[in-house]
Ligand binder design. Sequence first.
Ligand code: 5GP
Ligand code: MN
Length: 336
Amino acid sequence: MLDTAQLIKLLAQPKKIVITTHHKPDGDAMGSSLGLYNYLIQQGHHARVITPTDYPAFLNWMPGNGDVTIYTDKIAECDRLIADADLIFCLDFNALGRINEMGERVGESKALKVMIDHHLEPADFDDYRFWDINACATAQLVYKFIASELGNPQLINADVATCLYTGIMTDSASFRLPNTTSEVHRIVADLIDLGAVNWRIHELVYNDSSEDRLRFLGHCLVNRLEVYNDFNTAVIAVDKHDLERYNVITGDTEGVVNYALSISNVRLAAFIVERNDKVKLSLRSKGDFPANDICKKYFNGGGHRNAAGGTSTESFPDVIEKFKSILPEYKNLLVQ
Ligand code: 5GP
Ligand code: MN
């Protein structure tokens, strides 16, 4: 393991750097990655953000977005960059399986791996770790990494601030989750002072829907929402036909689960979606209910206590039944 002094010494000279983040990147994945990117390029580093897959259009406006490469679009070029890198920053994930087939390339690269993350139970593939599960977003950790750990608060310019604000805003569900501490609000206030235009960022991320997306949401709420009041649980399950009918594209399903969670007695909400080769689950919970426990135990996944995800290769109807069948096990925590 490197210590911070050694990392600072390494970064004192321009380096070849790859920044990567988890597949199907969300606002924190892109915001923390591009925030770090905009910091590093000011110091003359040759930095590139590589995402394992594409990401929603409502995240494609951030400063530096033009320099993001999607791995599956340019595999040979990305493999070369990964193999030749001096340093690889791994942001907002902590196990190489979360970056799909890129994980093998990153694992075998001679580059030093820096993990900045806030998920539970990190795997052991890194050479330097800046990790805190109490952080509401990896973007919050990138702010602290730059300002305190590396001691360069003056390099948090408007571009860095804009990206980090986006990461914190999205991962804290717009400053609503329990981990949105006063410290988070102080950091966010600082980011606004440094040039993040908070109302504009909110508009770019949340007021960017297509008509199809909104009608899909309507369909989910009217026709697909099921509430199990005995377990204070709500489920929205959509199959392939639903996705086709509303021309659902990457990002359109984001946030749908929160509507199910907004029912007053509901403590656990699930969004279950039938994809081509698997079924994906997104779980959200209120208070101390451990959504990640269910994902880890039953759906090959994980995440945070209040926001977790997983997948299954069982059939779509079987996954729905399986989810319902495990609710009695959690009844004591769901009904209090
Ligand atoms: P989402 O429901 O938005 O896909 O994911 C919610 C949270 O759960 C995110 O913080 C994400 O990192 C985590 N997560 C989602 N899917 C998986 C998965 O398959 N494995 C693990 N370990 N975490 C996941
Ligand atoms: Mn995150």
